[in-house]
Design a binder for this molecule. Sequence first.
Ligand code: ZN
Length: 350
Amino acid sequence: MRTFVMQSLGHVGFMDKPIPVPGPNDAVVKTTRALICTSDTHTVHGAIGPRENLTLGHEAVGVVHDVGSHVTLFKPGDRVVVGAITPDWGDLAAQGGHSSQSGGPLGGWKFANIKDGVFAEYFHVNEADANMAKIPDSVTDEEAVYCCDMLSTGFMGAEHGNIPIGGTVAVFAEGPVGLMATFGAKLRGAGLVIGVESIPKRQDLARHYGADVIVDFTKEDAVERILELTDGIGVDTAIEALGADITFQNCIKVTKPGGTISITGYFGEGEFVHIPRLDWGVGMADKTIATGLCPGGRLRMDRLLRILEMKRLDPTVMTTHTLHFGEMLQAFEIMDKKLDGVIKPLIVFD
Ligand code: ZN
């Protein structure tokens, strides 16, 4: 089968590999649609260290090709979505409610990390009964593929944010995860959602997904403006969707005492992130910092699919580019260099 790999640090290309074979609890899925993620580009630039001929990608849907002898819920031909994070459900971290951390910190993240990813004509799924979900007939593959990571991670930002009904929320950066955090904040009952973003197209999408006010940090001081919008009190919840020291610090600054800073970003630079001491209430202001990694699993995917099935959300508005798998080099460059106003490039396999 054809796969798209990280050949070595900074280098990507196609490679032929054998079609995977499922173990007793596993499945092999024939890919139909995939999305490129910014974290795929981080991986190629060394975020998880050097790798040789690692198949990239963790956001894909497809049709079940083969299942192991112990798989009871799925059969060849089923249309399925597979979470970007595929935990070991017997692990103690998973049993403790932290499935993404099964097998160690971030250990639920297997695709394009500790095993081959989904940018391939077929991909392997561990613990298939627990990690796959059937796609309802009324949901398209292009809609469903947003469940893998974008909906799951973005909504997690809102869920971890402990948003009161009618409460105030600031979302720092309106990339695809920030956009889904924005929509998630509205789903959780936020009264005022403030999106912090400078790129006009992303500002428009943030409004589309429920932001009431956009703060352009290139034109005004984001912290001052958010405090002004909340009568000097600060927001109940600040969601960090960039992964940068400055936005993390601003989240601390704009969150009111008793509020929550919810992190969805990947912090890839520097040895430390910094907490502004006074805005943190010298450590005594009841400000909670919540972190997390994209929840996976069948229950999670079923719930996300229900949002799509009930037509509450159209994630395909975020698809800015559609390319065939044979055009992966071009698609990857678009995402890597953030060309042409890209939000999400969709990859079509048939
Ligand atoms: Zn992703």
